[in-house]
Design a protein around this ligand. Structure first.
Ligand code: QV4
Length: 474
């Protein structure tokens, strides 16, 4: 279940973290479709506990499988899926199969009004009772398989997926979403569930809904959140044949490289050469909603210059199933999404350039990022050729004879003739500008008969990357 069911030549997923369904529907029609995105990962759709101050992470504490959250209700969800599918954008849902909510004093009331008593492991909205869960214990040793898979991740009541009842409820929930037209799932905390149990669940799912344009017998796309830094007892390899797996080493290493901790020249062997999963099994990202909040190697929107370079490399190098993060501004781990005085999530607003202004970051609307989504579409199915580097932090490469990328992460200029592998002509650098009505608003590069062009990326240029492709020929 590794096929994401993309339309045409599209190939990038965006995670619209905490967005409302009605806003996503609108975004599919007005922005994602026209810009050639392939799909959206949406926040959890089922009812969750309500936490004081409404941190984003309350949505990782389910109460029932009713489809009402701060993002909207079932009707709005269904409307979004239909409208997005209509413009060729697939929807992937973040699903919580591992657990229900953590402790809560007394009776909790969820986002759909359902009551539960998490301390007693009583969730009448499903229903689940204590016997549907593993006995309570804490994970203290992350290399102990029993603890990782049968104890509670941060105190979240741990479902027993070997039980027929639990399996049937999870399958019913996922099938309901398939019926509504989704293309697949991000499986949260997959590492905390036995792969045999997941295999049973995935195999039992319905085919995708043909009324939403999926071919007969299409299987739901599955990508599993397994954090594996290498040498872990529960490894990514146990899951990779069931569906794609999040490749966290990609995120850490690309952050390291573009932060300058590792010379860019080493990226020549990027991908499996770095010990990553085979390309078709790896869900890749520069940052995700968890690790963007941790200090460390991982880059996020707060280091825009490096972040844009890393994203350009991510989308230009032919490796992995790419996902782009779209964040809201945060100060700390608990910062809620943009919300009003009644704690309702607010809709993104845009300035005249289309950038988000009211607390939403919308990296996917940064020109340097959406332009690379277009680049990836334009060069699809080509190989990487013509690698060049200066032995340090300046590199360039081609994608067949359809695209060319150059990076300068040194403190001095890159100025020289380089092989772009492109047919002769003048190309618009889609990073520094755009091709509008046949003229380029940024740098232009003239490519000669031999495929060479003069490339300049000053060390103090606004962006440290330059990208040319055949769909942006002046
Ligand atoms: C607290 C204590 C615990 C204690 C517990 C007891 O910290 O030590 O056992 O109380 O009641 C929130 C709070 C957390 C609190 C917990 C339970 O932050 O302090 O525990 O609730 O009340 C998200 C957030 C978590 C959040 C959780 C549930 O990141 O902070 O916890 O949602 O709301 C590992 C896993 C990996 C996981 C990653 C974070 O292998 O699977 O940790 N990633 C996924 C999601 C992530 C999500 C979860 C899993 C849980 O990507 O966003 O956690 O669904 O690496």
């Amino acid at each position: 279940q590794h096929n994401p069911h993309w339309w045409g030549n599209r190939n990038t997923i965006v995670h619209l973290f905490e967005w409302k369904w009605s806003d996503i529907a609108q975004e599919c029609e007005s922005f994602l479709g026209p810009r050639g995105f392939a799909g959206v990962q949406v926040s959890p759709v089922n009812e969750n506990i309500i936490s004081a101050g409404r941190p984003w992470w309350e949505r990782y504490q389910p109460i029932s499988y009713k489809l009402t959250t701060r993002s909207g209700n079932e009707e709005e969800f269904g409307d979004m899926v239909r409208r997005c599918n209509d413009v060729g954008i697939r929807i992937y849902v973040d699903v919580l199969l591992n657990h229900m909510s953590g402790d809560f004093d007394g009776v909790a009331v969820g986002t759909a009004g359902t009551e539960a008593e998490p301390r007693k492991k009583s969730f009448p909205g499903v229903p689940y009772t204590a016997q549907d869960f593993h006995p309570t214990c804490e994970i203290t040793d992350w290399n102990d398989r029993f603890q990782v898979q049968q104890c509670e991740l941060v105190g979240l009541k741990d479902l027993d997926q070997s039980s027929d009842w639990v399996r049937s409820k999870l399958i019913e929930f996922l099938d309901h979403l398939i019926e509504l037209g989704v293309a697949g799932f991000r499986v949260d905390a997959a590492k905390h569930m036995a792969s045999e149990d997941l295999e049973y669940i995935y195999r039992s799912l319905s085919n995708l809904n043909i009324d939403h344009g999926f071919p007969h017998n299409s299987r739901p796309f599955i990508f599993q959140e397994v954090i594996d830094h290498g040498h872990e007892t529960v490894s990514r390899d146990e899951y990779k044949d069931l569906g794609a797996v999040t490749e966290f080493r990609f995120s850490e290493e690309i952050g390291n490289a573009f932060r300058g901790n590792n010379a860019l020249k080493w990226l020549q062997s990027w991908g499996t050469g770095w010990g990553f999963l085979p390309s078709g099994q790896a869900l890749t990202f520069v940052d995700n909603h968890d690790n963007q909040r941790d200090a460390g190697a991982v880059l996020n929107y707060k280091s825009p210059r490096q972040y844009k370079m890393a994203t350009a490399f991510h989308l230009a190098y032919p490796y992995g199933i790419s996902r782009v993060m779209s964040s809201f501004a945060f100060d700390d781990h608990d910062t809620p999404p943009p919300q009003d005085a009644q704690e309702r999530i607010i809709s993104p607003e845009f300035d005249e350039d289309g950038a988000c202004v009211n607390g939403w970051i919308c990296e996917h609307r940064w020109r340097q990022i959406y332009a690379m989504v277009g680049f990836k579409n334009a060069v699809r199915d080509t190989e990487i050729t013509g690698w060049w580097d200066n032995g340090d932090n300046q590199i360039s490469f081609c994608r067949g004879n359809k695209g060319f990328l150059a990076f300068n992460n040194n403190l001095y200029d890159l100025s020289q003739d380089l092989n772009t592998c492109l047919p002769a002509g003048t190309y618009c650098d889609v990073i520094s500008g755009s091709l509008i009505d046949g003229s380029c608003t940024g740098k232009s590069v003239t490519v000669n008969e031999n495929g060479y062009g003069y490339i300049h990326i000053g060390s103090d240029d606004f962006d440290g990357v330059l990208a040319l492709h055949v769909d942006a020929k002046v």
